[in-house]
Design a protein around this ligand. Structure first.
Ligand SMILES: [Zn+2]
Length: 99
């Protein structure tokens, strides 16, 4: 049996995962434990954002950028590698023409 820290179990709804005692996220406005991501472009903004909000009352608890910068970097790395491979091929062709 997993022992829970004293008192915490009486205050929060908790989840036990892999033997660790973890609190379940809770909306501070309505008490819901369910959240969703909604994309929106706020007024006076030139960019979209992902709002993490309570699915019960819509209270926003976090905001992330719309574009996933890690995914964009990975895509750019692939493109750079393809360009590098093509340059190496062209360089070897030029070298062979000269010799
Ligand atoms: Zn709520």
């Amino acid at each position: 049996m997993i022992k829970q820290p004293n008192g915490i179990g009486n205050i929060f709804k908790n989840t036990i995962t892999k033997g660790l005692f973890m609190a379940t996220s809770k909306c501070s406005s309505c008490g819901s434990h369910s959240f969703e991501m909604v994309t929106n472009e706020p007024h006076n903004s030139n960019y979209k954002y992902n709002f993490i909000q309570c699915s019960g009352c819509g209270a926003v608890i976090g905001v992330t950028e719309f574009f996933n910068i890690g995914q964009i970097l990975n895509e750019h790395e692939e493109i750079i590698k393809k360009i590098q491979d093509q340059l190496n091929y062209i360089s070897s062709m030029v070298y062979n023409m000269q010799h």
